[in-house]
Design a protein around this ligand. Structure first.
Ligand code: FE2
Length: 248
């Protein structure tokens, strides 16, 4: 665990830009009608513990945590599916890299099936694929992991809705108040534009930011394709001057 802050990391966070994020109520995404807030939101300032609380350190990570092809292997076999490298950089709104932050990811298997007791899709489980992992960003804010491409799957929303292939992400940032949970999609997938959940994002440019780009330069030849997915967290209001906060 580490609670160390780099210069410029203290100070209030920018408030969330709600015109950029999906509204709570999007009837095309049916379950949002049950859980969307029915009253005006209250704005609460970040507390000292939110801004300075402990974050995660490299010591918490096991060597296979960022390898979904092997991290659930039962018999030494690797997961079935198209092999991928997913990588990217975690930045804040001021384009500063976010190092040493926990990135978690979870996904369906190659057939579109989750390993979850309430999963009802008939696609089979892969005995050697668990579907979740984690990584810590390096000094320049980069994370990476190996996995297989998840399949599309149907879900009970409008009778015949299908989720495009996607990977779920959670990123903590430097403070718990920065936590972001989002989903990553794959460049060129026509199903992205038919999905009611994706459609809840009001701005097409916002959707484009959720699409990982095929990156032929970082493939592993004869092994895995690579996709790049950068993530931007909220930044802090403090202005940097050399390596000190202004006024210090
Ligand atoms: Fe999902």
């Amino acid at each position: 665990m580490t609670g160390l802050m780099l210069p410029g990391e203290d100070g209030a966070l920018y408030p969330r830009d709600r015109s950029w994020h999906p509204p709570g109520l999007t009837p095309g995404y049916k379950s949002s009608t049950f859980r969307a807030p029915k009253h005006a939101l209250l704005s609460l300032g970040a507390t000292a513990s939110e801004l300075s609380g402990p974050t995660f350190g490299h010591s918490l990570i096991n060597p296979l945590d960022n390898d979904l092809i092997r991290n659930f292997s039962q018999d030494g076999s690797e997961a079935i599916g198209q092999r991928l490298i997913i990588y990217g950089q975690v930045l804040d709104e001021n384009a500063r890299a976010v190092p040493n932050t926990l990135v978690e990811f979870w996904q369906a298997n190659a057939g579109g099936r989750y390993r979850h007791k309430r999963e009802a899709y008939l696609a089979p489980l892969d005995p050697n694929f668990g579907g979740c992992g984690r990584a810590i960003t390096d000094a320049n804010g980069f994370y990476s992991f190996r996995t297989i491409k998840p399949g599309a799957y149907p879900w009970p929303n409008g009778g015949n809705d299908w989720r495009p292939a996607h990977i779920h992400f959670s990123v903590f940032g430097h403070a718990f108040a920065q936590r972001l949970i989002t989903q990553m999609y794959f460049e060129g997938d026509p199903m992205i534009w038919q999905c009611p959940i994706v459609g809840s994002v009001p701005d097409k440019a916002g959707i484009e930011q959720l699409i990982a780009r095929l990156d032929r330069h970082n493939t592993t030849p004869m092994d895995a394709l690579a996709y790049r997915f950068d993530i931007v967290l909220r930044g802090r209001r403090s202005t940097m001057f050399e390596n000190k906060l202004e006024g210090n």
